[in-house]
Design a protein around this ligand. Structure first.
Ligand SMILES: Cc1ncc(COP(=O)(O)O)c(C=O)c1O
Length: 414
């Protein structure tokens, strides 16, 4: 509890829209009508229905890609991407230490080893340089993740992957509508994918979608989602080990309706972010996201960079002070680097086997602190503000005022 912050009464009680409820989501009549139509059709499976197929076509067209395949979650999409690339057991997939576990566990399920590249402490993402440090002759794929919607150095990572003939996967789950030097993220890689989970730019509650331009990868993606049964083949068979990760028609109906709202969701988030950028200009020790001028950050969240030398107590104290003022904020985002979680520390996988970690080269599972200085710095300084398209300019002004007040209070020792 921060005592004595002036102005609380004048600002009144702040209630911000939440993307976990109707207040912060743009779900309405078009979704209800689409779902009703799916139900009236009597066909709820995408193998026979039309909604999921229409969503896939619309999404591929939007990105200017040849193929899009919908699936049941972002985690399923990542698993499908890994299965499509089909690494040998024990091969390595270079990815980020700051991400959702749904982007990591599929690597292990597919028998490969996640190898963590360090991140830039200010953009929170892997770079071509930090990835290059981890490439070995066992590297089977590189994954980039524009965290919070901020794309950084995607062309450089794509060039590095191409130069070393390593497949490149873009996890754009948090980055609908983000672009790197004029090109949408998701279109640089051999495979791009996104999540449609409850809190994303558009949502179906749970869901995912993958894109590719590669014919062979597209077939592999489509079939992995369908238990390796190729509905487009005249002689289908379960040709390899695969799962049912299909999106249902009910979800596809919502996805299609939501897609029409994506541009507005991204635009409003960006407009509001510009307002907060300005409001933060004279706040000592607090900065908004570092965005490359030519790029579009699509603001899944608005991360604050908090300098603990300027703001006593750093992100934790600021989160607590903001919480008292009605502004929720998450210090350290995922709390700790992914490799510090039990699954990596204790290598708890299948029974007591520790497989596939048993196949790993020691350097691939070396999580020593000095190899991850950027990661630890990033998490120690980041404070993540929830963000959604239902925020108004007034909401953002209220957030900005409260950040000023909270920082002033902490600096004054109140
Ligand atoms: C970067 C990233 N990758 C993957 C996922 C997994 O997606 P899902 O929760 O839809 O399984 C998420 C989910 O939040 C994510 O933020």
């Amino acid at each position: 509890m921060v005592q004595g912050i002036q102005g609380r009464r004048e600002l009144g009680d702040l209630v911000l829209p939440s993307d976990q409820t109707a207040s912060g989501r743009t779900l309405g009549d078009t979704e209800i009508e689409a779902v009703s139509e799916a139900i009236r059709s009597g066909t709820l499976t995408s193998t026979k229905g039309s909604f999921v197929k229409a969503f896939e076509r619309a999404y591929a067209e939007r990105l200017g890609m040849e193929y899009a395949s919908a699936c049941s979650s972002g985690t399923a999409a990542m698993h499908t991407a890994m299965a499509a690339l089909d690494p040998e057991p024990g091969q390595e997939v270079i990815t980020t230490s700051i991400t959702d576990m749904g982007a990591l566990s599929p690597i292990l399920y597919q028998g490969a080893i996640p190898v963590f590249a360090d991140v830039d402490p200010r953009t929170y993402t892997v770079t071509a340089e930090t990835i290059a440090e981890r490439i070995t002759d066992r590297t089977a794929a590189i994954v980039s993740t524009p965290l919070f919607g901020n794309p950084v150095g995607t062309a450089e990572i794509a060039a590095l992957a191409a130069e070393r003939s390593i497949p490149f996967v873009e996890d754009c789950s948090q980055a609908f509508g983000a672009a790197d030097h004029g090109r949408l993220v998701g279109t640089f890689g051999d495979i791009g994918f996104l999540s449609l989970q409850q809190g994303k730019h558009i949502t179906t509650g749970e869901g995912g979608v993958l894109v590719t331009d590669d014919d062979a990868l597209a077939t592999r993606i489509r079939t992995f989602i369908n238990k390796a049964w190729d509905y487009e083949s005249p002689t289908p068979d379960h040709t390899y080990l695969a799962l049912n990760y299909r999106m249902s028609e009910l979800v596809g109906a919502v996805a299609l309706a939501q897609l029409a709202k994506l541009d507005d969701s991204v635009r409003i988030r960006i407009e509001n972010a510009r307002i907060l950028d300005e409001l933060l200009e004279d706040v000592p020790g607090v900065e908004g996201p570092k965005v490359v001028r030519e790029n579009i950050h699509s603001y899944w969240r608005y991360p604050l960079h908090v300098d603990g030398d300027e703001v006593p107590g750093g992100p934790d104290a600021l989160a607590s002070a903001l919480g008292d003022l009605g502004v929720a904020a998450a210090p350290r985002y995922i709390k700790k680097p992914a490799f510090a979680c039990g699954v990596f520390q204790d290598q708890r996988t299948f029974g007591s086997s520790r497989w596939p970690f048993t196949l790993a080269d020691p350097s691939a599972v070396d999580y020593s602190r000095d190899r991850y200085s950027g990661t630890w710095q990033a998490l120690a300084s980041v404070l993540v503000l929830p963000w959604n398209e239902r925020y108004t300019a007034d909401d953002v002004h209220a957030i900005g005022e409260r950040i000023h007040m909270a920082v002033d209070g902490l600096r004054a020792g109140r």
